[in-house]
Design a protein around this ligand. Structure first.
Ligand code: SF4
Length: 355
């Protein structure tokens, strides 16, 4: 989809660009350093906040550049403290972002695309299709928005919201580097996790990165026919090829990937499914996160009962596979990916005249 361009975001300028700009506007060289500090270290969102710059200079800047920070168009706050946002960028594109606080920590789940082309059967976003990929700055802006809203430092980020990060690989890597950069948000590389549904070329490229970013794979079934139904977008990346690519990733990086496994009643929680998962994981370096599927209204897919989740955890542990049962955050809000946006859109439809 064609996106209309607003004034250029000043945050897209490099340090060299800022130096050129300040000299072009007749300012002394130290102004470039001040600008850099405001933009990349203090993460301000307006020229007015740059209080040590002359007013005339700030006005010149605002005529040519802007801060295209997203606008919060909806927010839900859960009893467990997590907050889900629907954020809209200057071109009207909107995405979901979640902030999840826990003792002295603040984790953020961001979107890498608006919508998604992968079509996973259990995902409200997948059912709606892809709108567009986000820029690196738009991903970082989601993190900044949550940091400002909580008034706290963000300690970890997962790229697990809307979109398949490896379908937007270069921008995702730029965003990871911006989040990790010294002098900025300085989030440790190991606390930056990219979650893919199994795009093999992306896994291979990710393995080549020098940074210690973390890889998570949405597996959800180790039985090919079940996985094809649940995740049709990655049908061509078959389980044996995926397994091989992950082992190559482990050999190359020495890092432990995580498998996400959302347990769905009567779909991937029976005995053959459990055995297939055990076989997929046994003897490899990995960590399995089991979670009950989020309940999406009107979806025929329902969460597995907790006993099944605990049984699978016990069985995996018996085979030496490290396994954690994750508890879904924000159970009382539209926590599943795409739900808030969908609700907001249907609410809009209701109030449209003659809709
Ligand atoms: S689960 Fe992730 S990859 Fe699958 S459709 Fe939803 S957003 Fe896309």
């Amino acid at each position: 989809m064609e996106r209309t361009k607003p004034l250029r975001d000043i945050r897209s300028l490099s340090i060299e660009d800022l130096s050129e700009l300040t000299s072009e506007l007749g300012q002394p060289a130290f102004r470039a350093k001040q600008l850099k500090e405001w933009i990349f270290e203090k993460n301000v969102c307006s020229f007015d906040e740059m209080t040590n710059l002359p007013k005339a200079f700030r006005e010149q800047l605002s005529e040519r550049f802007s801060f295209n920070t997203p606008v919060e168009i909806a927010k839900q706050v859960s009893k467990d403290g997590s907050r889900k946002y629907l954020l809209q960028f200057s071109d009207g594109t909107s995405v979901e972002t979640v902030g999840m606080p826990s003792r002295n920590k603040l984790a953020v789940c961001i979107s890498s695309q608006a919508g998604c082309s992968m079509g996973c059967a259990f995902c409200a976003t997948g059912l709606a299709g892809l709108t567009c990929s986000l820029t690196a700055q738009e991903m970082v802006d989601q993190v900044l928005h949550v940091a400002h809203d909580f008034g706290e430092r963000v300690t970890s980020v997962v790229f697990m919201g809307q979109g398949e990060p490896f379908m937007n690989f270069d921008n995702v890597v730029d965003a990871l580097r911006m989040l990790n950069a010294p002098g900025g948000l300085e989030i440790g590389a190991r606390h930056l996790t990219v979650s893919t549904c199994g795009i093999i070329p992306g896994i291979k490229r990710f393995a080549e990165l020098p940074e210690q970013f973390t890889l998570a794979i949405s597996l959800h079934s180790a039985v090919q026919s079940t996985r094809n139904k649940l995740m049709p977008g990655v049908k061509k990346y078959t389980l044996p090829r995926l397994h091989e690519a992950i082992q190559q990733y482990v050999e190359k990086t020495g890092r432990r990937p995580t498998y996400e496994y959302a347990m769905i009643d009567g779909v991937n929680d029976n005995n053959p499914e459990m055995e297939a998962l055990i076989e997929f994981c046994t003897g490899t370096l990995c960590h399995v996160n089991l979670i009950q599927l989020n309940d999406i209204p009107d979806s025929p897919l329902k969460p597995s009962p907790m006993e099944k989740v605990e049984t699978l955890q016990r069985r995996l542990t018996m085979y030496g596979v490290e396994t954690t049962v994750r508890h879904s955050r924000g159970g009382d809000i539209d926590a599943a990916c795409g739900q808030l946006k969908q609700r907001r859109n249907s609410a809009k439809k209701i109030i449209l005249p003659n809709a």
